[in-house]
Design a protein around this ligand. Structure first.
Ligand SMILES: O=c1ccn([C@@H]2O[C@H](COP(=O)(O)O)[C@@H](O)[C@H]2O)c(=O)[nH]1
Length: 247
């Protein structure tokens, strides 16, 4: 399906993996006017606190808070309730916490919304299946889960859907099988994006931006391909052109 460059931008979540707000702000200025999402995770949140969610929202961005909660159900319920009150558009937990934990996360989201007044927007709640840095060898030999990565991703995705979550984080390689198992409306958020010829780094299960959009991913998370580029805006523009060409 043909998409415009602006629609393509709405499918990109830029990973703001920076040690402080000043560094993140430099990137925001470089990407000024491009209507992508911003993803904030441990590095920036632990350095600057959750107030950066509001800072990004006021700049007009939709914000994915990527803290990947994984704890006992009661703790995750409370954590998600508190996070919900900060006004993010997307939150996540680890599917490996199991069904009761996923259900508790969902309950926490409802509790958080009730505590933040009628104007609060409902964030999307998604579950991490297998990290995109995890290969089959790592999953089998170190984590101790037998079988293929695809089987685990689909099993976790089904459990997340049955627990009332909105979608999953997976590699773009698994988008098709997740959609087949959970339906087209079940959201896929895919890191592990590497433009052709770029350094894979610590990722394992990767696709190019063009391959990921052709595979049907809803949102692709892109960090270093943009943030570590000599010219981040030029890198973003090249990725947008690739998405428009392959959608
Ligand atoms: O399975 C996962 C879950 C989250 N991530 C996050 O996405 C970005 C990817 O950054 P790159 O620089 O594009 O590799 C990063 O913030 C991770 O924490 C992931 O990579 N895989």
């Amino acid at each position: 399906m043909a998409i415009t460059k602006e629609q393509a931008a709405g499918r990109i979540m830029v990973a703001l993996d920076y040690p402080n707000w000043a560094a993140a702000e430099k990137l925001l200025n470089a990407l000024e006017g491009i209507p992508c999402w911003m993803k904030v995770g441990m590095e920036l949140i632990y350095a600057e606190g959750l107030s950066i969610i509001g800072d990004l929202r006021r700049r007009g961005y939709r914000v994915f808070v990527d803290l990947k909660l994984h704890d006992i159900p009661n703790t995750v319920r409370g954590g998600i309730a508190s996070l919900t009150r900060h006004g993010a558009n997307m939150l996540n937990v680890h599917a490996a916490g199991g069904r009761r934990m996923l259900e508790a996360a969902r309950e926490g989201l409802e509790q958080g919304l009730q505590g933040s007044g009628s104007s609060a927007e409902r964030p999307l709640l998604i579950a991490v299946t297998q990290l995109t840095s995890t290969s089959r060898e790592t999953m089998n030999g170190e984590i101790g889960i037998p079988g293929t990565v695809e089987d685990t991703v689909v099993r976790y995705a089904r459990m997340a859907a049955e627990s009332g979550l909105d979608g999953v984080v997976s590699s773009p390689l698994e988008v098709r099988i997740v959609k087949e198992a959970c339906g087209d409306g079940f959201i896929t958020v895919t890191p592990g994006i590497r433009p052709a010829g770029s350094d894979i780094g610590d990722q394992s299960r990767i696709m190019t931006p063009g391959q990921a959009i052709a595979a049907g991913t809803d949102y692709m998370v892109i960090g270093r391909a943009i943030t570590a580029a000599a010219d981040p805006r030029a890198s973003m523009e090249a990725i947008l052109d690739e998405l428009v060409a392959h959608a």
